[in-house]
Design a protein around this ligand. Structure first.
Ligand SMILES: [Zn+2]
Length: 712
């Protein structure tokens, strides 16, 4: 059983939106449905040549039915409960559903279409109910509970003890200990939350349309390239506005194109369109009632389960454990971050004065003038940098090279396995002794059927119990070069390749018994640690000169150019960190509320929350304001948005520790592999870290990593 991963899948699924609504069920012969048996390909790699769209629905339905039957059998087993006949039996169950989900939910993000979205929308409530049906099964819970209560007499090893505790906790957190009446209320709340989050998400999509800005004169777009102006004109025409220009907002408060717009009034209009969306302005869409009802329901849910507030409930199984622990760390960051952003602000003010603008720095000025400061200071011509970052060289002589030096593994491309898109590449992964660890898929190029961002996924996650070796995929969005041209990529994308490989080795080097403890099955505030840790190798001497080589002349990147690239990547970190911190603390404040403390006014609450932490700076607003904070109001990050920076503290600390101990050495890599990567979720994450590190992590390394330590 993979309850945790099922929930993650549901959350990931909930971030997507379907274009169609109704569906009809299709029949399919079980014998030719590839999901009904384990793939016969090496490492049970998905047989993408055989999988057809009509196979998913019947496989999901049969998979849900199969797992329910298996759970029922465990629940009604006449024999007394044992670890083997209950916990291990649950781990072995649900294989058909797991096989289907792991292929399907990779494609929903990386290669989707209307039919896939339709199935996704149809399956979301069914899978949510399925999860409730298992976790609220009283007989099943009784068996788990009786084992949990005598856990010290069961002679379990560490991983087994952890598995028993986690399984018991999954049931308790879903409401298994509640009275029937309370459970009924839990189901009602879940249902209501699910429709509110869907509504929130649908509103967000409609808001991007509602809040886009129409411009009547191309002269106002001064600063834009001809291509961008043409695209804005096309976008307006598509909406029926001839000879006008349409500018879209992005998902964040800041709008990236503001960097380029010379017209200050238009910048103000566009920034305000973005920052004040979803508050019902001029009869527009209003997400505020949804937010207030959501936080109230979540507070009620937490109270039913015996927690003081929703943040306490959400953080209990995380490495931070309590909201206070997370808040302590976040609060420590505020002063150095403000010191930095204040310095950045004076440089921006100076630049504005040069432009003859006397007013205070406004949020719509920040990124525009920051870009000018950046160009003034570093003056980097990207077209001179990219020839040193050719994708294949970065991959083989940078990313794979580092993995080899640290962990002794080797990756070799193979062309005989079916893939879900012609751009996807497959690699064998070998250990130092030549034995094969698993498979690594790389899906690097952007395309219309892929959502934005970069991520790692598992087609098969490692488990000795199931005799499964890992089959892992990295998905990125690197612009695709024209046919026959080399892929010359940005330094940002270089870093992203290292980052995603960090998740990939977490999956690939996993060495655990039970499927629900494999690879990245760790708390949310721990999972970004191995990936962020790998990022820093990209700029290490010893790694960098190995891959940053001109694709034509074979010359190494000149030191001066390289220094500039690295310095420029640290630029504006005060602003970036502050807008993130503001959003994080806002998330915490919403979810620290008790059922009786829900405010009436969203914007007023927001203002007070920011002021409480000195983060109500006029020029820097939260990265997301509540009415469009999808992570916490429609994604799975409620009270968990802090997780990114929490993981980064560990990453920076671990990297500094390795640097102090010889850097890129196999002994260092072996230790990291032994204590962190191979362990997956088989032990408490923070204990793993302390065993690895020999002490608690220190925040100072994070400040240094972000270039925020100058004022210390
Ligand atoms: Zn990541």
């Amino acid at each position: 059983m993979r309850l945790q991963s099922l929930l993650l899948i549901l959350m990931a699924g909930s971030l997507m939106l379907s274009a169609c609504n109704k569906s009809q069920s299709q029949s399919s012969d079980m014998s030719d449905n590839p999901f009904f048996s384990e793939s016969a390909l090496p490492f049970h790699a998905p047989d993408f040549d055989a999988i057809k769209i009509e196979h998913y629905r019947p496989a999901f339905e049969a998979g849900i039915g199969e797992e329910l039957k298996e759970m029922e059998k465990i629940a009604t087993n006449p024999e007394a409960p044992t670890f083997e006949n209950t916990i291990v039996a649950m781990e072995k169950s649900g294989r058909l559903l797991s096989r289907t989900s792991s292929v399907f939910y990779n494609l929903t993000s990386s290669h989707t279409n209307d039919q896939i979205q339709e199935i996704q929308k149809e399956m979301a409530p069914k899978l949510a109910a399925h999860s409730d049906n298992i976790l609220l099964n009283a007989e099943l819970y009784d068996r788990v509970k009786s084992l949990y209560e005598k856990r010290d007499e069961l002679d379990l090893n560490e991983a087994q003890m952890k598995l028993l505790k986690d399984t018991h906790r999954d049931f308790v957190r879903a409401g298994a200990q509640l009275t029937e009446k309370e459970q009924q209320r839990m189901r009602e709340i879940n249902e209501r939350i699910s429709s509110l989050t869907t509504e929130f998400q649908e509103n967000l999509l409609a808001l991007t349309k509602e809040r886009s800005v129409l411009v009547d004169d191309a002269n106002k777009l001064d600063g834009f390239s001809d291509d961008r102006i043409a695209a804005a004109k096309e976008a307006a025409t598509e909406r029926g506005y001839e000879d006008q220009y349409l500018l879209s907002i992005s998902n964040t408060t800041r709008v990236p194109v503001l960097k380029e717009l010379n017209n200050r009034d238009l910048r103000e209009r566009l920034w305000k369109a973005s920052a004040y969306r979803g508050i019902g302005k001029e009869g527009g869409i209003d997400n505020q009632p949804i937010i207030l009802e959501l936080v109230k329901l979540r507070a009620e849910q937490a109270k039913l389960l015996g927690y003081e507030n929703y943040a306490a409930y959400k953080l209990d199984p995380q490495t931070a454990q309590t909201p206070e622990n997370a808040l302590d760390m976040l609060k420590d960051l505020v002063p150095p971050v403000i010191a930095n952003s204040t310095e950045e602000q004076s440089a921006i003010k100076e630049m504005m004065e040069k432009d003859g603008i006397e007013s205070e720095v406004q949020p719509w000025d920040w990124n525009y003038y920051a870009e000018k400061v950046r160009q003034d200071r570093y003056n980097i011509d990207q077209s001179k940098v990219r020839p040193y970052f050719e994708l294949n060289r970065v991959l083989k002589d940078g990313v794979f090279y580092t993995m080899n030096k640290l962990f002794g593994i080797t990756l070799e491309e193979r062309n005989d396995l079916p893939v879900y898109h012609p751009d996807v590449r497959v690699f064998n992964v070998y250990d130092e002794d030549g034995s094969q660890i698993g498979l690594f898929y790389a899906d690097f190029f952007e395309r219309e059927s892929k959502r934005g961002g970069a991520w790692m996924n598992s087609f098969v996650s490692q488990s000795h119990l199931l005799d499964h070796k890992p089959v892992i995929v990295n998905v990125l969005n690197i612009p695709k070069p024209a046919e026959g041209d080399p892929a010359l990529i940005s330094f940002d994308n270089v870093t992203t390749m290292f980052h995603e490989m960090g998740h990939a080795v977490h999956g690939l080097l996993s060495d655990v018994e039970y499927p629900s403890q494999g690879g990245t099955s760790v708390p949310r505030d721990f999972v970004e640690f191995p990936s962020t840790f790998e990022e820093d190798w990209a700029i290490q001497p010893g790694v960098l000169e190995n891959y940053a080589v001109h694709y034509e002349t074979r010359e190494q990147i000149p030191q001066e150019l390289l220094d500039k690239v690295i310095e420029a990547s640290n630029f504006n970190q005060g602003f970036d960190t502050q807008e993130y911190l503001a959003a994080t603390l806002l998330d915490m404040e919403w979810h620290l509320l008790g059922t009786e403390e829900i405010p009436e006014d969203v914007q007023n609450f927001e203002q007070q929350a920011l002021a409480k932490y000195n983060l109500d700076m006029e020029a820097i607003h939260p990265r997301y304001k509540s009415p469009y904070f999808a992570h916490i109001f429609s994604g799975g990050y409620a009270a968990n948005y802090y997780a990114y920076i929490w993981s980064e503290v560990l990453a920076a600390d671990a990297f500094a520790y390795m640097q102090e101990n010889g850097g890129l050495e196999s002994e260092n890599g072996d230790r990291f592999r032994k204590y962190i990567l191979s362990q997956g979720g088989s032990d408490e994450a923070m204990e793993l870290y302390q065993e690895y590190r020999g002490q608690e992590p220190e925040v100072k390394h994070l400040l240094k990593r972000r270039g925020l330590d100058a004022g210390e």
